[in-house]
Ligand binder design. Structure first.
Ligand SMILES: *Cc1c(COP(=O)(O)O)cnc(C)c1O
Length: 366
C-alpha cells in the first residue's frame, strides 16, 4: 500500500532557519503585543503586497470581523455562498445580513451581472470571495459599488500573491482580507491580515484587535483580542523568503494535472484567467457528466489513500445552523449549488512529486 497523500501539507522553512529567527524573542522575552517580529512582518508585507495599510491579526476570520466592525457596517452585505464557513459567519456574527448572489460557472467567483438586482436600501457593502486563486471581476464590482455608494471588502484568503496585470490582489476594493492559516499558500501557523485604502482605519483596527485599549488608562472601544503573536510573525518572516519558489513548485504540479486531465470528456478544469498571475492555491476539478460522479471519484481516491476535499461543499446558504432563516436558500444560487455538488479539489502542495500526481490521475482516469 502506498503512502497516504493528503489534500495539502503545510509549507515550512528549514528548522534551523526558524530557530535563528526566534532567537531574539528569547533574548527580549517579548512574546506578543506588536513586538519586533510583528512590526517587521507588517512592513515586509506592505512591500510584498504593495498595500498602503496592512494590519496583522490572529487569523483571517477575525480579520474579517474586525474590518466589518471598523467600517461600522450595519445592514445587508451582498456575498456569495460558494466559500468557506468563515465569510458568511463573519457577516452574521457582526450583526449584518448576508444576501446571497450566485457565482459564474467559469471561475466560481461572484457573478457581477446578478449583483444589482440584489441591492436594496439596506445594502451597505459587497463581500466577494476570490476563490482557488482566481480573482473576482474587480472592475465590474468596483463600478457597481461606486454607482450605489457601497463598500467592497474582498475575502482574499485564497489570493495571497495573486496579481492582475501586475496589480496586487491586496489593493482591490476598500479592503482585502488574507488568511495565513497553516493550509494556505503563505502561512504564519495561524494568522491573517487586512489591507485597506482608508488610513484612518489603522487606529480603529489597532484598537479593535487589542480590547479597544488606546493607553494604560484609556479604553476607547469594546474591542476583542486578535493580535498576531511573535512566533507566528517569525514564521511569516521565514516563509515569505520561500514563497516565490513554492508558487513555482505549485505551478509545476498544476501543469502536470492539466496535462493528464485536460480534454477528458466530463472533466472540467479551472481555466487560467487572462492577465492574472495565480498562486496555484488549489486544483479544483468539476466532474460533470464524467463516467464517475464527484462522490465516486472522492471515494475511489480515498480507497487508495488519497485524500481529496469537497471544497466548497456544502455551500454556506445550506448550512444546518442557518436552516429556516429567510434568504438562506441554496436554490436561489443554482450555479453555486451545482458546482458544489460536482467539484473536488485535488492534493496540491509545493513538494508533491509528479509521480504522486500521476498516481492520483491514474486513479481518477482508471
Ligand atoms: C481560510 C479561509 C478563511 C478563514 O481564515 P482563517 O485564517 O482560517 O481564519 C476565510 N475565507 C476563506 C475563503 C478561507 O479559505
Amino acid at each position: 500500500m502506498s503512502e497516504t497523500i493528503n489534500v495539502t501539507r503545510s509549507s515550512l522553512p528549514g528548522f534551523e532557519e526558524y530557530c535563528s529567527e526566534i532567537r531574539s524573542i528569547w533574548d527580549s522575552h517579548w512574546l506578543t503585543n506588536m513586538g519586533d517580529k510583528h512590526q517587521q512582518l507588517e512592513s515586509e508585507l506592505k512591500k510584498y503586497l504593495g498595500a498602503a495599510n496592512v494590519a496583522l491579526l490572529t487569523n483571517g476570520h477575525l480579520a474579517l470581523e474586525n474590518v466589518i466592525e471598523a467600517m461600522e457596517l450595519k445592514g445587508e452585505i451582498i456575498t456569495s455562498p460558494f466559500t468557506f464557513a468563515s465569510t458568511t459567519h463573519a457577516i452574521v456574527r457582526c450583526g449584518c445580513t448576508p444576501v446571497f448572489c450566485d457565482i459564474n460557472p467559469e471561475d466560481y467567483t461572484i457573478d457581477p451581472a446578478k449583483i444589482e438586482a440584489l441591492i436594496s436600501d439596506k445594502t451597505v457593502a459587497i463581500l466577494p470571495i476570490h476563490v482557488y486563486g482566481n480573482l473576482c471581476d474587480v472592475d465590474a464590482i468596483d463600478r457597481i459599488a461606486k454607482k450605489h455608494g457601497l463598500k467592497v471588502i474582498y475575502d482574499a484568503a485564497h489570493a495571497f500573491g495573486v496579481t492582475k496585470n501586475g496589480v496586487s490582489s491586496a489593493v482591490f476594493g476598500d479592503a482585502a482580507m488574507f488568511s495565513f492559516h497553516a493550509t494556505k499558500v503563505f502561512n504564519t501557523i495561524e494568522g491573517g491580515a487586512l489591507c485597506f485604502r482608508d488610513e484612518t482605519l489603522n487606529q480603529r483596527i489597532k484598537d479593535l484587535k487589542n480590547f479597544g485599549i488606546q493607553g494604560p488608562e484609556d479604553v476607547k472601544y469594546v474591542g476583542g483580542n486578535a493580535k498576531m503573536n511573535e512566533f507566528c510573525a517569525a514564521m511569516g518572516l521565514c516563509n515569505l523568503r520561500h514563497l516565490e519558489v513554492w508558487i513555482e513548485q505549485r505551478k509545476t504540479v498544476d501543469e502536470r494535472y492539466r496535462e493528464r486531465l485536460g480534454g477528458v470528456p466530463g472533466i472540467r478544469l479551472n481555466a487560467p484567467q487572462k492577465g492574472v498571475r495565480s498562486n496555484y492555491a488549489y486544483f479544483p476539478v468539476v466532474f460533470d457528466g464524467y463516467k464517475y460522479t464527484r462522490d465516486e471519484v472522492f471515494d475511489r481516491l480515498g480507497g487508495h489513500g488519497v485524500i481529496a476535499r469537497k471544497y466548497f461543499y456544502p455551500i454556506t446558504n445550506s448550512f444546518e445552523c442557518y436552516r429556516g432563516r429567510p434568504g438562506f436558500d441554496p436554490d436561489s444560487t443554482p450555479v453555486a449549488k451545482h458546482i458544489a455538488e460536482c467539484v473536488l479539489t485535488l492534493p496540491l502542495y509545493p513538494d508533491l512529486s509528479l509521480a504522486e500526481v500521476d498516481r492520483i490521475c491514474d486513479i481518477i482516469l482508471g
